[in-house]
Design a protein around this ligand. Structure first.
Ligand code: KG4
Ligand code: ZN
Length: 349
């Protein structure tokens, strides 16, 4: 495949994301002015998985397979062909990842378009750079390095240090459940529908954060790791002993425990590694209280540090963030041939 004809600035990147329960395709115009979305479509599977209380991998795979080609056709309708295809190849559910990878491989081969393999977490990190309409008139959302990212989702909870674009060091991560998973599991204990995070945060808005003194796991430990399964168990025992709780107070106290730990560890890591930018990303970054608390703490303790969060729309899984991360790889010519690209469900940054 000839790469000579690729015009890097601007570059049209087709992003493909299918690592969990969202099938998402996006076409981005990437240039020195920023990352502009030409077209994007996401098919959420939440309505189906809701019935089972969580994502069923087998069903997710089948739903991705059904949706992905029509979504690509629709995204590229009346648009020029992309210069590059960026596909999320891991971490995530293998049943979903292989659908994205096989589709990208086919498109790359048949249309002679180079491919880049994108780490899903790297996508979440770059989700803060998408130019929304408000920002379009202003300058590009620039990440200043070194940067530090807290990525919190249903599958991941990690603090990552980036000395420069593309160079990642995981400073700490969850030893068991991810923060989003903890939200989802505790919501299930309360008979709230999946995904539980938004449900809990909605009830928490009218609750007292000090009503129940839940544990702050690993808060005092001298590392940047997390553990949320103990908090989940504490919630279970509390509910068994106190069946007639005030749900609002329970949710507010639980949410506060998670936010306290996430915020304290991010601030501690930032004081030690002195980043110029702090990034909050991933599905749980949609949590309003978390966004506000981290913003206030950074302003208090690291007032010169820039704080970047994604638009609410790009907190959840999406192909736009995959295209942005893919753009950086393509501009460094880090392509993967169509016959070599592979899904890696346990890919660590
Ligand atoms: O990034 P994402 O869309 O998918 C994964 O890669 O996991 O994250 C989904 C997670 C779910 O666990 C969901 O409950 C959580 O993000 N979430 C929230 C909120 N909105 C979504 N958690 C807390 N508060 C929210 N407002
Ligand atoms: Zn995600």
């Amino acid at each position: 495949m000839s790469l000579k004809n690729i015009n890097f600035y601007p570059m049209l990147v087709l992003g493909i994301e299918s690592s969990c329960d969202d099938t998402s395709v996006a076409l981005l115009n990437c240039s020195k002015q920023g990352f502009f979305v030409l077209n994007e479509i996401t098919a959420s599977q939440i309505a189906i998985h809701k019935k089972y209380g969580g994502v069923v991998p087998e069903i997710a795979g089948r739903m991705h397979a059904e949706k992905i080609v029509p979504l690509i056709e629709e995204t590229l309708k009346k648009q020029p062909l992309p210069d590059v295809i960026a596909v999320s190849t891991g971490p995530g559910l293998i049943t979903g990842l292989i659908v994205g990878v096989e589709t990208a491989r086919n498109l790359s081969y048949t249309k002679n378009i180079p491919l880049v393999s994108v780490n899903h977490i790297e996508g979440h990190i770059h989700s803060v750079q998408v130019n929304n309409q408000k920002l379009e008139k202003n300058k590009k959302q620039q990440i200043n390095y070194p940067a530090l990212a807290l990525i919190v989702s249903g599958g991941h909870t990690e603090i990552i240090l980036m000395l420069k674009q593309g160079q990642y060091k995981v400073l700490g991560k969850t030893l068991d459940d991810a923060a989003g998973e903890c939200f989802d599991k505790v919501a299930k204990l309360l008979n709230l529908p999946y995904p539980g995070g938004p449900q809990i945060s909605r009830l928490a808005e009218n609750g007292n954060t000090k009503a129940i003194d839940f544990p702050r796991p690993m808060l005092k430990q001298d590392n940047f790791d997390f553990s949320f399964s103990g908090l989940k168990t504490a919630c279970l025992y509390y509910l068994q002993k106190n069946p007639n709780i005030n749900k609002n107070d329970f949710c507010a106290s639980f949410e506060q425990a998670i936010i306290d730990v996430l915020t304290a560890k991010t601030i501690k890591a930032s004081l030690e590694y002195k980043p110029k930018t702090i990034i909050l990303g991933g599905g749980v970054s949609a949590n309003k209280k978390l966004r506000e608390t981290l913003k206030i703490k950074i302003a208090q303790e690291l007032p010169t540090v820039q704080f970047l969060i994604p638009d609410l729309k790009y907190t959840m899984d999406n192909a736009v963030m995959i295209a942005v991360a893919g753009y950086y790889q393509a501009s460094k010519k880090k392509f993967t041939p169509w016959n070599k690209i592979k899904a890696n469900p346990v890919w660590e940054l």
